[in-house]
Design a protein around this ligand. Structure first.
Ligand SMILES: C[S@@+](CC[C@H](N)C(=O)[O-])C[C@H]1O[C@@H](n2cnc3c(N)ncnc32)[C@H](O)[C@@H]1O
Length: 189
């Protein structure tokens, strides 16, 4: 399949266009704010992370912050189901630690057989089909090393009860400096 045409100099436009084309998959008209990204990544000791996975990198606002924190010998495996975003990321971030896979997060276990030390999600869990999020939560639990967290955000707390059913240890913090304001969760199995 040919790579989609992507203007790497207009990430904000690319993001908005992809949202308008498929709002339920993207979940937001604009990328996450800096305060939200900082809150998501703050509780992790990045010196201990060898392998991280990212779900739904979009235009890479979280990806870049992750790479800035990760060790030179670490690796980041990003799962992005949107072909335009996957192409944009591959063209705009030249970092040998990053591997962008244009597949669903449901397939994480096939691509991370050695396990991971943290999983960072921007997925719109609340508005995706229940069976898809169930598969993602189960597959992620199977690759998280002991004690490793799944960290993500949602705009509604409704999903958190379901998350607690799959991951017994869930902490939640609120970040108002984002549009929309977001709940940041840290889940351990
Ligand atoms: C709200 S955007 C987040 C983009 C960026 N990380 C941010 O925080 O601004 C959600 C992203 O999840 C991606 N996505 C949705 N379902 C997915 C799935 N099943 N697997 C991988 N990516 C998915 C969308 O294509 C989109 O890039």
């Amino acid at each position: 399949m040919d790579a989609p045409h992507v203007n790497v100099r207009r990430p904000a436009l690319l993001f908005a266009r992809q949202f308008l084309a498929n709002p339920r998959r993207i979940g937001s008209l604009i990328p996450s704010s800096r305060p939200l990204v900082s809150r998501m990544l703050a509780g992790v000791d990045w010196t201990q992370v060898e392998t991280a996975v990212e779900f739904g990198p979009g235009t890479g606002v979280v990806t870049r912050a992750l790479l800035a924190r990760m060790r030179p010998d670490a690796r980041l495996i990003a799962f992005e189901i949107n072909p335009a975003f996957a192409t944009y990321l591959a063209r705009s971030i030249a970092d040998p630690r990053l591997l962008v896979l244009p597949v669903s997060a449901e397939q994480v276990a096939e691509h991370v057989p050695g396990g991971c030390d943290v999983a960072i999600s921007s997925l719109p869990f609340s508005i995706m089909p229940r069976e898809v999020r169930g598969r993602i939560l189960a597959a992620t639990a199977s690759v998280l090393n002991p004690g490793a967290p799944l960290i993500g955000y949602q705009y509604s707390p409704a999903f958190l009860a379901e998350l607690r059913g799959a991951y017994p240890d869930v902490g939640v913090r609120f970040e108002p400096r984002n549009w929309p304001p977001a709940f940041v969760f840290t889940a351990r199995k």
